[in-house]
Ligand binder design. Structure first.
Ligand code: BGP
Length: 463
């Protein structure tokens, strides 16, 4: 009978810069997210006294986490994916010693999770890095940033080794190709060579974090995190099929390096063909040999590619550009909804790397309507999640090893792409609008009760 394994982790995923707020409290430094008030593709706007942005307060998780974790517990979460804001620990990024107030904050957060038996899954860097490192060193363009990151990773591994056993290195590491400021701290108009060099530094840093985690937390596990950007050929024309293969390799590259410990031949050819010269030292090669224990990824949509320019009507997700699939419907934000694609992707990743998989983001961003009696009937969200989870169960039945599922944004939060809150993902509604108005009060949507029942039944009520 098709079923989720007993050990399957159920929960939700959030990121510090999209929920915490308190952007200057507890000695925190400015991050790239703090200077991109309009989201990951937005311009950099230097902060000046008296200015404000939606993310400065976000949903005030920094202060309200006990209430929110109690609500997650009510839904039966066994896992919560969070990220540590690097700038709470090293405000400028290059300090010799960490900021104790920042370390103490995450101690309290992890203790709160432990109180309810919720396993934390912690991302070291989710769409933010110290702005100080960008300004003074050129972000990941500088080799020195590898050392700063390793110091940060070793600091948090040592501090939380008894509390956190599951870690992720960089959120959607492949997105740097599309949003270089958010990904690697480089200006949007940077050359391909500069971006790939910065990505190389980040891949080395990721591998050094894997090594450090294994040394410091022998019973821990550390994974990578990919934006699972599955692309289909628009037609069966051989050129389209080849195009899809290459497009998928543009993100699989990251997994290939992180799972196999070296650059694949197709990438070396890409560098050669495009005149891209990357400095890869002998020490880098040695570092890359530390490979991840498991693979995590986000999944929201799929897209198509073709070599036919006339058919190139662009559809856009938050990160990737793609051609529309005539067989799929789209969300209000134009993301093409494809539950079956999740089964395909899980099988594809399993076949390719043979490492356990963790779906650490999936969900539907939608506008919710609060009824006069305060209820929110988000049947569209329930349908989206149900249909995707059914395909996860199919993949498990196919023999794919899946560790767990954390839906994106179990509580409404500030979106990454546009920095708006009206694009809601939550089971829990937060009373705040795009202009920052609202009480920040939390309330349960219809999907809250549905997800609670899914978890309680370990997925058997899915249809
Ligand atoms: C992923 C990011 C998340 C999250 C999600 C939804 O790419 O890892 O941080 O925000 O997308 O995207 P958005 O917030 O733009 O709707």
């Amino acid at each position: 009978m098709k079923a989720f394994p007993k050990s399957f982790l159920w929960g939700g995923a959030i990121a510090a810069n999209q929920v915490e707020g308190a952007y200057l409290e507890g000695g925190k430094g400015l991050s790239t997210s703090d200077v991109q008030p309009k989201g990951v593709f937005g311009d950099v706007v230097e902060r000046v006294a008296g200015d404000s942005a939606l993310k400065d307060v976000a949903i005030d998780f920094y202060h309200r986490y006990p209430e929110d974790i109690a609500l997650f517990t009510e839904m039966g979460f066994s896992c919560l994916r969070v990220s540590i804001a690097w700038t709470r620990i090293f405000p400028n990024g290059d300090e010799a010693t960490p900021n104790e107030a920042g370390l103490a904050y995450y101690d309290k957060l992890f203790d709160e999770l432990a109180k309810y038996g919720i396993t934390p899954l912690v991302t070291l860097s989710h769409y933010e890095m110290p702005w100080g490192l960008v300004k003074q060193y050129g972000g990941w363009g500088s080799r020195q940033t590898i050392g700063f990151f390793e110091r940060y990773a070793r600091t948090v591994f040592s501090r939380y080794k008894a509390k956190v056993k599951l870690w992720l290195t960089f959120n959607e590491i492949n997105m740097s190709l599309h949003a270089p400021m958010t990904g690697v701290g480089l200006p949007e108009n940077s050359s391909k060579e500069a971006v790939y060099q910065a990505i190389h530094h980040q891949l080395v840093a990721s591998a050094l974090a894997v090594k450090a985690c294994h040394e410091i937390i022998p019973d821990g596990k550390i994974g990578n995190m990919l934006l699972g950007g599955l692309m289909y050929p628009l037609t069966c024309k051989p050129e389209d099929v080849l195009e899809a293969l290459q497009e998928n390799r543009s993100w699989q590259l990251f997994g290939d390096v992180q799972c196999r410990g070296a650059y694949p031949g197709y990438m070396l050819r890409y560098f050669r063909d495009n005149g891209i010269r990357i400095e890869i030292t002998a020490a880098d090669r040695e570092a890359l040999a530390s490979t991840v224990d498991f693979i995590s990824f986000s999944y929201y949509m799929t897209g198509c590619v073709t070599t036919d320019k006339a058919l190139n009507q662009q559809a856009r997700g938050n990160i990737l550009s793609m051609v529309q699939n005539p067989h799929l419907a789209s969300s209000e934000w134009g993301w093409q909804i494809d539950p079956v694609g999740l089964r395909t992707l899980l099988n594809m990743l399993w076949d390719r790397w043979q490492k356990p998989l963790f779906i650490v983001e999936n969900g539907l961003g939608a506008k919710d309507k609060v009824e006069a009696d305060g209820s929110i009937n988000d049947d569209y969200r329930i349908a989206y999640l149900n249909n995707h989870l059914v395909q996860v169960r199919e993949a498990i039945d196919d023999g794919v090893e899946v560790m767990g599922y954390t839906s994106w944004g179990p509580i409404d939060l500030v979106s990454a792409s546009k920095a708006e809150i009206s694009k809601r993902y939550g089971f829990i509604y937060v009373d705040r609008d795009d202009n920052g108005n609202g009480t920040l009060a939390r309330s349960r949507k219809k999907s809250f009760y549905w997800y609670r029942d899914v978890i309680a039944s370990n997925g058997t009520i899915l249809k």
